[in-house]
Design a protein around this ligand. Structure first.
Ligand SMILES: Cc1cc2nc3c(=O)[nH]c(=O)nc-3n(C[C@H](O)[C@H](O)[C@H](O)COP(=O)(O)OP(=O)(O)OC[C@H]3O[C@@H](n4cnc5c(N)ncnc54)[C@H](O)[C@@H]3O)c2cc1C
Ligand code: FES
Length: 552
């Protein structure tokens, strides 16, 4: 695969390239003793790449291609009776093929395995469980309204149905387009390596088929907590028993003369990306304002379209605050090798039709300007509704806001980090989807604590970095390995405590770091529990009476 972490089109590509199947034909059988306990074997069955995994005396067979972007699961990690994907840490059940954790939303196929006289055979494909039996329970909400058709909102709607919820689901999105794969908007789609068809997460028919009332271009203006309804800009009203707020974040606008000119663009929605691609096709020189993840991904993607790219940033090294000066300096060189010019430790003071002026008076020619200087959580509805907010919507460990039956997830949610006890808010795709999934289950009364370890990835050219954990502030960054060779692990600590790990082309290390953080969280919560790499970590939190009451 040409790209480090694949892309939304890669899954299909991976299926097609399985003409070059490797490993044994598992239908013909393999000797049991050749599969060591706790290991995986890659083989194939009737033309499909199949992963055979052993746990004690139990054997499992699932498709080897991750349903997110097509990663080979045999390069991932076995944890209990699951396999975790090496690229973006989706997790699949080995027993059922079910996608247990985002970003994968679809299951992988699974097969029946038979052992006969010391030989293991992979037999017929089994039916994949897509939906639990319908739940009919008077205590369940009769209707759920989800505000926001992004990562969290879409994942929540899907999860409600998958968990057997049969009540009304309304998904209101201010976006004009179907819920889309936002990370793709600054990467493959913008670079021209992924098709427009790969942007939507689901087809319009998917929502119809699952009886999810998706309303596009539907911007909610007020939430009435007492009469429990949401008012939409066009005058329509939606009554709810349970509400999920998943309104995401809005790009920060620059407050300098010329920042509202038509060639000054932001990137959040699919329409933004389509418009940016169209403008890029007729542009020669772009100035990107902001040297964070979005700005740098945009820079890399527009270089792939052969535009001359200049990047302006306040920092000394790109992404220095999160990743540190060594990694920042490496990233700067990476971009410079691809022809990008940096203007760091400065800001833009004005923009006109043909140029951007810097603080030192320098003028940079530009027929396209992309502003990527961060986002602000979209919390005005929550504030209007009188929910507790603190630079985000305050939620407890079950993602419930200060108002019973109203939940929040994704970029807007500030939740108690189980590792440090501090409330955190992150802007990561996988976190938003997983929060949407957890919130949906809690709407159904499962009372599952949100304990997922934050995960983020970025791709720039052929370089990929994954980040596990959360270190808003750190005082030490230890690099293990060779950064220049793109083979290293960076550990971020504060006062000696490990808070986050970044891996560069070391997928397994990233997965192991995730498991290690999970074990620390489990130990913090339940000190009596023994810690073992193969212990299944809690998926359900149990009792609503344990609820954190700080936000109430
Ligand atoms: C270009 C781009 C690339 C990214 N790349 C990565 C990446 O590589 N890795 C990563 O981890 N993260 C990445 N992110 C961040 C990630 O996409 C976000 O963290 C994630 O989308 C947050 O999900 P969300 O559901 O909270 O918000 P969103 O996905 O932004 O969805 C918010 C939804 O709320 C709707 N909405 C807002 N206000 C209202 C209202 N009043 N009424 C109705 N609907 C409303 C919006 O229309 C939208 O549908 C990227 C983000 C962008 C923009
Ligand atoms: S390719 Fe598997 S999680 Fe993304």
């Amino acid at each position: 695969m040409s790209r480090v972490f694949g892309g939304p089109d890669a899954s299909a590509e991976a299926q097609m390239t399985e003409a070059t199947l490797t490993g044994p034909d598992l239908a013909k059988g393999v000797v049991f003793s050749t599969i060591a306990d706790g290991t995986m074997m890659l083989g194939h069955v009737h033309g499909e790449a199949v992963l055979l995994a052993r746990r004690g005396d139990k054997l499992f067979a699932v498709a080897n291609v991750c349903t997110h972007y097509g990663a080979p699961l045999n390069e991932g990690l076995l944890v209990d009776d699951t396999v975790r994907c090496p690229w973006h840490h989706a997790c699949f059940s080995l027993r059922t093929g079910e996608a247990l954790r985002a970003p994968a939303l679809n299951p992988v196929s699974h097969w029946r395995v038979e052992r006969q006289d010391g030989t293991v055979y992979v037999r017929e494909k089994l039916e994949t469980l897509r939906k639990r039996a319908p739940s009919v329970d008077a205590r369940l909400p009769g209707s759920v309204v989800i505000l926001g058709g992004g990562a969290a909102g879409n994942a929540a709607a899907e999860t409600l149905r998958r968990e057997g919820y049969i009540g009304r689901i309304t998904l209101l999105s201010a976006d004009q387009s179907l819920p889309c794969d936002r990370p793709n908007l600054s990467k493959g789609y913008l670079a021209g390596t992924a098709t427009a068809e790969s942007n939507p997460l689901r087809s319009a028919d998917f929502y119809k088929h699952h009886d999810i009332d998706l309303r596009l271009g539907a911007r909610a203006t007020t939430i009435d907590r007492l009469s429990r309804h949401v008012q939409v800009e066009d005058g329509s009203r939606y009554v709810f028993d349970a509400l999920l707020l998943a309104t995401g974040a809005d790009p920060v606008r620059l407050d300098v003369p010329g920042s509202d000119l038509p060639h000054v663009r932001h990137l959040r929605t699919q329409l933004d990306s389509i418009a940016l691609v169209a403008k890029a096709l007729s542009s020669r020189r772009v100035v990107v304002i902001g040297a964070g993840f979005i700005g740098l991904e945009v820079a890399a993607s527009l270089r792939a379209r052969n535009l001359e790219v200049h990047v302006i940033g306040r920092e000394t090294y790109p992404m220095e605050k999160i990743l540190g000066p060594e990694v920042g300096s490496f990233i700067r060189r990476l971009h410079e090798e691809h022809g990008v010019t940096f203007h760091l430790r400065t800001t833009a003071t004005s923009i006109d039709a043909h140029s951007v002026t810097l603080k030192n008076g320098e003028s940079l020619e530009a027929d396209l300007v992309v502003v990527g200087v961060g986002v602000r959580p979209a919390i005005s509805l929550a504030e209007q509704a009188g929910l507790a907010t603190d630079r985000g919507v305050t939620v407890d460990e079950y993602l419930e806001t200060s108002s019973k039956g109203i939940f929040a997830a994704g970029d807007i949610a500030r939740w108690p980090d189980p590792l440090t006890g501090e409330r955190i808010r992150v802007e990561h795709w996988v976190v938003a989807e997983r929060q949407g999934q957890t919130a949906a289950r809690n709407i159904l009364g499962r009372w599952e604590r949100f304990q997922a370890v934050p995960f983020f990835w970025t791709e720039q050219y052929d370089f990929g970095l994954a980040y596990i954990g959360h270190a808003a502030h750190w005082d030490k960054a230890e690099i293990d390995g060779d950064l220049d060779a793109r083979d290293c692990t960076i550990t971020y600590r504060k006062a000696g405590r490990k808070l986050a790990v970044a891996v560069i082309h070391r997928d397994l290390e990233g997965l192991r770091a995730e498991v290690e953080f999970e074990q620390t969280i489990a130990r913090l919560r339940r000190p009596e529990r023994s810690i073992d790499a193969n212990i299944e970590l809690p998926r359900t939190g149990g009792d609503p009476h344990d609820k954190d009451i700080q936000s109430r």
